[in-house]
Design a protein around this ligand. Structure first.
Ligand SMILES: Nc1ncnc2c1ncn2[C@@H]1O[C@H](COP(=O)(O)OP(=O)(O)O)[C@@H](O)[C@H]1O
Ligand SMILES: [Mg+2]
Length: 283
């Protein structure tokens, strides 16, 4: 049992400094209750990775993270054999027969456990974060399908390992490409987008101690205005937080035009986005 209800999710995530809304809380609750992986998709910096960390913090479950990237393969995701150590063992064995050596070197001692296997074998509650799955090659999705459908892994030399307790699985994607229908079918889908200005103000207030509520509100509203401009790269929550920290560091208590002009680079990282925003906001 991960969470008692969506309301329980909201409270416990908030205690772990993660502010959710109804749709987040419901999805997080259901993923736990139904034992299904949660696929969180949305633009960069809206709190996808942090959500998995917050579930781990809120439930006291260990976090196992598989960071995806181009070229990620089974050996990095699941397990591999420790070839160096196997070689040493064979040399140390000094001429014993192949069968004896084989039985010896394909054992637990020579196995290098990677995140997926670690999460499947974990005996204590575990949150498995498969981060930025859209960066991995499509073949990795096939591997995940196998692992996430039966929560078991077969290692030819050792046999099949089945999870004694299912990990709570969170997959994240920035939607840089479409994921396979087969993978999506297995998951609960949560679209994470930019929060309302009210929630973003509250996020700033929890993440940036010392900031005034009025200033946090002003920042959240300004960022919301920028996001409506269809910029090349809209500011993310992470950038709003950076902006708040910047103002705090500069000792500014107001977001006046001069301050905004001087600190715009904290939130907008393209020259054309800055030009556009300056024009629209009359800086
Ligand atoms: N709902 C939220 N509550 C509190 N902080 C949040 C929330 N969403 C995002 N953040 C903040 O924004 C930062 C970036 O979020 P992150 O999870 O890294 O984004 P993503 O993985 O979607 O790119 C986090 O470190 C966290 O400080
Ligand atoms: Mg992330």
């Amino acid at each position: 049992m991960w969470f008692a209800s969506p309301a329980d999710v909201r409270d416990r995530l908030a205690a772990a400094d993660y502010l959710s809304d109804d749709s987040i809380a419901t999805s997080v609750f259901l993923a736990g209750a139904l034992g299904k992986p949660l696929l969180a998709e949305g633009p960069a910096g809206v709190g996808k990775t942090q959500l998995a960390k917050a579930v781990s913090a809120a439930t006291g479950a260990a976090l196992v993270r598989l960071q995806c990237y181009e070229g990620l393969d089974e050996a990095r995701a699941l397990y591999e054999w420790n070839y160096k150590k196997q070689l040493l063992r064979i040399q140390a064995g000094g001429g014993e027969g192949w069968d004896a050596a084989h039985d010896d070197i394909f054992t637990e001692e020579f196995l290098l456990e990677r995140p997926l296997l670690r999460a499947i074998r974990a005996e204590t509650p575990t949150v498995l974060l498969i981060d930025e799955i859209d960066k991995a090659d499509v073949e990795v999705e096939g591997l995940l399908l196998e692992v996430l459908s039966d929560y078991q892994v077969t290692i030819p030399e050792l046999g099949t390992i089945t999870a004694t307790r299912r990990p709570y699985v969170v997959l994240t994607s920035n939607a840089s490409r479409e994921l396979s229908e087969a993978l999506k079918r297995r998951c609960l889908y949560l679209h994470l987008s930019y929060p309302t200005p009210e929630r973003e103000r509250d996020i700033v207030l929890t993440q940036v101690p010392g900031i005034e509520a009025d200033l946090a509100e002003r920042l959240a509203r300004t960022v919301a205005t920028m996001r409506a401009l269809e910029l090349k790269k809209s500011p993310s929550i992470a950038e709003t937080i950076d902006w708040a920290n910047t103002l705090l560091a500069l000792g500014r208590t107001e977001l006046d035009e001069a301050t905004m002009d001087a600190t715009l680079g904290v939130v907008l990282k393209h020259a054309s986005d800055q030009t556009r925003t300056r024009k629209e906001l009359g800086l």
